[in-house]
Design a protein. Structure first.
Length: 334
């Protein structure tokens, strides 16, 4: 008689435990993969949302800006010369019409005067005034002067033009009245003298933009690297003027380039000051391109010709910002 002893099945139990453990590991890894996939999907959705949040306003801006620009260019080649639109193509007819107008020649000359005399004095005065504010040992005086020269920037061109037109009035204006009060009967005609009216208008522009220019220039002074160079120049015995011309100005070219570009574009599109103070007069002596565009489009209803002036202003502005664009690209790829 054979008796079979029942032995404990340790191997089977161990195998079963290992299987359970392996299954648990597999389940954990599967769960981790699911979580990772879910996280990736969530991240992808978030990325798409972020891109849409950025692209939708950008697309709207591009359509609004360049759509109207291309439409203006198209209109300048059509025959729209009444209130009712007329999109019949006429080529360069209205550009030839503008070039042959005496008023257009006056506009170009006056805009060149604005570009040169409105920008150069503003930048030069701003540099010296900003340097003076940096050197002043009285912080409260600096803060007061900065606040004072910033007030004109906050004023609209309409208000500025109105105030200065009162000041320029030959008989009852503030300037001539003040001169007469001290015995000087100057009789300055200011904005009513065809030969000098444009220059008096440019003076208004300089007055309004000087504070803005000083702040931009002074902010360029306050970099750590430039301050160290100024201290080194001072220790070497350089005079303040030598420091300004040899150290400061060469190291603030980027800020000055931005400032000059902004001022050039502002002088190119100047309208409000001329419209309020002289309305282009006496005659057309102070007329500028922007005012001519407004008169041509909304008073004479030569819409295509007005669009042509707008295209010319855009091309001039585009040419003016090329130096800044080149500089910006160079800095980008350095």
């Amino acid at each position: 008689m054979h008796v079979h002893a029942s032995l404990p099945d340790f191997g089977c139990k161990k195998s079963s435990a290992e299987v359970d453990k392996a299954m648990a590991v597999i389940d954990t890894k599967t769960q981790e993969k699911k979580l990772a996939v879910s996280a990736q999907r969530q991240e992808r959705r978030q990325s798409i949302t972020d891109i849409l949040i950025f692209l939708v306003p950008l697309l709207f801006f591009v359509i609004l800006l360049y759509g109207t620009l291309f439409w203006t260019v198209y209109v300048s080649f059509t025959n729209w010369r009444t209130i009712a639109p007329n999109y019949e193509l006429t080529g360069f007819r209205w550009y030839n019409f503008l070039i042959n107008q005496p008023r257009f020649e006056v506009d170009i000359v006056n805009n060149l005067k604005w570009l040169i005399l409105g920008v150069v004095p503003t930048v030069v005065i701003a540099i010296f005034l900003a340097y003076f504010l940096e050197l002043t040992p009285f912080p409260k005086v600096e803060a007061y002067i900065r606040t004072l020269i910033l007030y004109p920037v906050a004023m609209s061109f309409i208000v500025t033009g109105t105030v200065w037109s009162w000041m320029y009035e030959p008989q009852r204006g503030v300037i001539n009245t003040a001169l007469r009060s001290i015995g000087i009967d100057s009789g300055f005609r200011f904005a009513t003298n065809p030969g000098t009216a444009t220059y008096w208008l440019i003076l208004i522009f300089i007055w309004q933009y000087l504070g803005f220019s000083v702040i931009i220039t002074q902010s360029s002074f306050r970099t750590t690297e430039l301050q160290e160079l100024i201290e080194a120049a001072t220790m070497d015995g350089a005079s303040r003027l030598r420091t300004l011309f040899s150290v400061i100005i060469p190291n603030i070219r980027a800020g000055l380039l931005v400032l000059v570009s902004l001022l050039l574009i502002s002088t190119l599109k100047v309208f409000d000051i001329v419209f309020i103070v002289t309305n282009g007069g006496p005659g057309i002596s102070t007329d500028v391109l922007a005012l001519n565009m407004w008169v041509t489009t909304f008073q004479q209803h030569l819409v295509s010709a007005g669009a042509g002036i707008g295209v010319i202003i855009f091309l001039m502005a585009f040419i003016l910002v090329i130096p800044y664009t080149i500089y910006a690209f160079r800095k980008w790829f350095e």
